[in-house]
Design a protein around this ligand. Sequence first.
Ligand code: PEP
Ligand code: MN
Length: 339
Amino acid sequence: MIAVVKDSATKEQVAHFVDWIESKGLSADISRGAGETIIGLVGDTTQIDPFLVESMDIIDRVQRVSEPFKKANRKFHPLDTVIDCGHGVLVGGGHFQVIAGPCSVEGENLLRIAREVKAAGATMLRGGAYKPRTSPYSYQGMGEEGLDLLREAGDELDMPIVTEIMDPRDVQKFLDRNIEVWQIGARNSQNFPLLKEVGKTQVPILLKRGIAGTIDELLMAAEYVMSEGNPNVIVCERGIRSFERRTRNTFDLNAVPVLHGLTHLPVCADPSHATGYTRYVTPMALAATAAGADCLEIEVHDDPSHAWSDGAQALTPAQFKDAMARIAKVREAVTMEVE
Ligand code: PEP
Ligand code: MN
């Protein structure tokens, strides 16, 4: 349920209303913006009489929110959320960023690749230190050593780093190294204990859609993180499993505008995992940009045929540079004013 507060309401009256909400065992989510203050009532609102709330002096109107995701819902926060990823990098609400780097952290080549992607215009560096592999016999990632390499590269290049956390027991390792953005991968999109654990921090979370996850399931996963107190979630479309076999996944670009309608959270798109093949990554990065993504995540490797994971979908630094120039043109086209 949301209550739209009258312009005439004083701070004291709003605080009093919040106390009342809390006395009912609910929490209040306050969003000020665009000339309106909206208070979301989060929790079991079945016992709350909307007519009683609407009859209160300071309340303009009340609306039931039927969707099960509340804090992630645009009805609660009409304005886009802007997430501060550190190093001056903002995502959402018109701030567009590109995350790039290798699938896995492999060693010294990370810094080399990082320099190249930064020079081409990437603003955040990615690389997996903990890899969710389908086979237990595949490369599992460098672990803590990989986190240290990422930290060094991030510091040297003054870039936020984005890397996947798979295990709630690793939270302290990520905090100790000030990892700026924690990725929750497709395979862990509904790992509820992990979502709750990262929700206890304030670290920006790049939350990917599950391999066969619906848009609503993605939003409920975001809600898990937010319900624990962390509002900093970027949702990410990375392709879903379908009957189509010509690409690794089916890039559901519908999800970009659909998510923008349903949530105020920034929306990222990952054309690398969505397509699985280098030759499709640039065209689909452009398509995702045109569809209104706030952020792209693209895998780049300087020797794709020897990459330890996902070489088949990696762009070389030269291909990435070309993609970035085209992405900038598409951004210009989609953000221009039309008479
Ligand atoms: C990755 O980013 O390397 C990754 C494993 O992504 P996803 O979880 O989308 O498969
Ligand atoms: Mn990968």
